[in-house]
Design a protein around this ligand. Structure first.
Ligand code: ADE
Length: 253
């Protein structure tokens, strides 16, 4: 799987790619990431990549030509490696489809993509109309650029790759995973067993069932907690699970 990232700020990616549980996947090219700066494909001494918007208004718009040349360089690099399928170009934008677990799972099964991070007020629409295959949004708010969104997609896709998480299959216990019927994850606890918040405050214990060693009781408790938290925070996920016939009689009790 390979992701090519077009960004005016490639330095934002380095610390992220070198840390955390996903680090090894990037280092080994299990998830290959290549960074491309449109400025390297811009003209003139100033290597200009943006200009004022026609019709007036605030901000700057990313120009077509550096992006077209940058994309051609990526395509040539991929062709030299005989990459089997032409990679789709994905633009991060508030216009796009909001990213959810099912979308991440689809990207995680594919061969990768070319991720385009917009900056300034936007990108010349003619480039979008002619070169962009899909648009993804992180939600109904505006970021200063697509880099954070690209990192979010990359991280979510990478942790789904085989062997990336220390515990095989642990992502199946994540919130939104179909293996959990799309519900939210249950709460987690670790040592100390009794936490002392302060001198005049009673110790706060871990839920007793988690200390029981009784596997079936623990599983039942976790399921109940998942249902409770989902009903409280995201009731529509309960409705969706019920509509899909994923809630058992004991879930409904
Ligand atoms: N770029 C600017 N705003 C964005 C958003 N909400 N999601 C993804 N990319 C963006």
């Amino acid at each position: 799987m390979r992701f090519d990232i077009i960004t005016l700020f490639p330095e934002l990616f380095a610390p992220f790619l070198a840390s955390g549980v996903t680090r090894r996947a990037y280092a080994s090219d299990q998830v290959a990431v290549r960074l491309w700066n449109p400025r390297d494909h811009a003209d003139g001494n100033y290597r200009r990549v943006d200009d004022r918007p026609f019709g007036g208004g605030p901000g700057m718009v990313m120009m077509i030509e550096p992006l077209v040349r940058c994309l051609a360089a990526i395509r040539a690099d991929r062709a030299a490696l005989a990459e089997p399928t032409p990679a789709p170009v994905v633009l991060f934008s508030p216009i796009g489809e909001v990213l959810r677990h099912d979308g991440v799972a689809r990207w995680a099964e594919g061969p990768g993509a070319i991720l385009l991070c917009g900056r300034y007020e936007g990108i010349d629409q003619r480039f979008i109309d002619t070169h962009v295959d899909a648009q993804i949004s992180l939600g109904d708010f505006v970021l200063s650029g697509g880099e954070i969104a690209a990192l979010a997609l990359l991280d979510a896709v990478t942790r789904l790759q085989p062997g990336v998480l220390n515990d095989a299959g642990s992502h199946q216990l994540d919130s939104f995973n179909p293996a959990l019927d799309g519900l939210l994850d249950c709460p987690h606890y670790t040592r100390p067993e009794h936490w002392e918040p302060g001198p005049d405050q009673a110790p706060v214990p871990v839920p007793e069932v988690l200390m029981s060693g009784h596997h079936a009781h623990i599983e039942r408790w976790r399921r109940e907690q998942s249902l409770r938290i989902t009903a409280q925070h995201r009731p529509e996920l309960i409705q969706a699970a019920r509509a899909a016939g994923r809630l058992s009689r004991s879930d409904e009790a």
